[in-house]
Design a protein around this ligand. Structure first.
Ligand code: ASN
Ligand code: ZN
Length: 321
């Protein structure tokens, strides 16, 4: 049966190779058009119907609404990172149109990827400002789409914390790439500028120093660990996906700063290779992910500084490789 299948496949491809171009199709040697984003921003006008009314499409000029324009720019910044740093055409690798809705609901203090698009609230104006403000938050939400189209890490427990961490990694890289910042110059914060001035804190999370992003009377203290010894076992937050992401977040930070230079070039490429390499499963846990980064570092860079940096980083956060 296997032989027969191969023969059939060979026949089919030979037929395809002999096929004449259809009238109107471009000549075979024509260069492919450069990939470009296909963005659409919608306005929910404080309702919850998605996507809401279209207010800005690709190529249209800025509107009078800063949230719309920030979302549009953030989609572009994320598209640019994936294309220019990794050669990926949009988050699915096939030019997926990028859709965002702003002004979702009233006093909505979050942003999310719903499987098809991004959604941003205006914040509650007591703790959170507008969720389109930090470009890394836009990158974070879109990176959930990237994960959905690649490793599809299950949003629970360790695989969920990896899903969250991958969104923080690529969200932070979107910001670093947009600002042209090296690993040394980057703040490694997620959601800097999102808190209301009343809040005692700089950001939602810190990849450089998990657990120190905020310490506030109302919010309490940033609960993120930076080491497996402090892994938080909880039934809340899908098993602490936004908490324990501090551990792989910190490993990425350590690898990127150990290597130095632009984080998207080597550390980012290794993490990208892991996500797109086809070896992860939805249930992948920290140790398996760490082993995959070691293999990816070796496959791409051989026995050099990269694999050493990756090994050292996972050891520093207590994940065995
Ligand atoms: N903003 C959150 C996130 O992207 C929403 C959520 O909990 N899924 O992680
Ligand atoms: Zn997330």
């Amino acid at each position: 049966a296997a032989v027969a299948r191969r023969t059939l496949a060979a026949d089919a491809s030979a037929r395809a190779a002999r096929a004449l171009p259809r009238p109107g199709s471009p000549p075979a040697a024509a260069p492919r058009a450069a990939a470009r984003p296909h963005r659409t921003v919608h306005d929910c006008r404080h309702g919850t119907d998605l996507p809401g009314g279209k207010v800005r499409a690709e190529g249209e000029e800025a509107t009078g609404d800063a949230a719309v324009n920030r979302a549009y720019a953030g989609l572009g910044a994320t598209f640019d990172l994936f294309l220019n740093a990794f050669g990926r055409d949009s988050i699915d690798g096939s030019g997926l149109p990028l859709i965002a809705s702003v002004h979702y609901d009233r006093d909505y203090a979050n942003a999310f990827w719903n499987g098809e698009q991004m959604v941003f609230g205006d914040g509650d104006d007591e703790i959170f400002l507008d969720f389109t403000l930090p470009v890394d938050v836009i990158g974070h939400e879109l990176a959930h789409g990237f994960t959905q189209h690649t490793a599809n890490l299950e949003y629970f427990s360790q695989s969920g914390a990896l899903n969250e961490s991958v969104s923080d990694v690529f969200g932070s890289l979107v910001k670093q790439y947009a600002l042209g910042q090296s690993a040394e110059a980057a703040d490694w914060l997620i959601g800097e500028g999102l808190f209301h001035p009343n809040v005692q804190g700089r950001a939602l999370r810190s990849m450089k120093a998990p657990g120190t992003a905020y310490d506030d009377d109302v919010l309490g203290k940033d609960p993120q660990p930076a080491h497996m010894d402090d892994y938080v076992r909880t039934s809340g937050d899908n098993g602490g996906v936004h908490i324990n992401s501090g551990i792989p977040n910190h490993a990425f930070y350590l690898a990127a700063t150990e290597l130095g230079g632009n984080a998207w070039e080597r550390a980012g490429r290794i993490w990208y290779d892991v996500m797109t390499g086809g070896t992860l499963t939805p249930g992948t846990r920290f140790a398996e992910f760490a082993a995959a980064t070691v293999k990816a570092a070796k496959d791409r860079y051989g026995d050099g500084a990269e694999i050493q940096a990756v090994l050292k980083s996972w050891a520093a956060v207590g994940v065995p490789v």
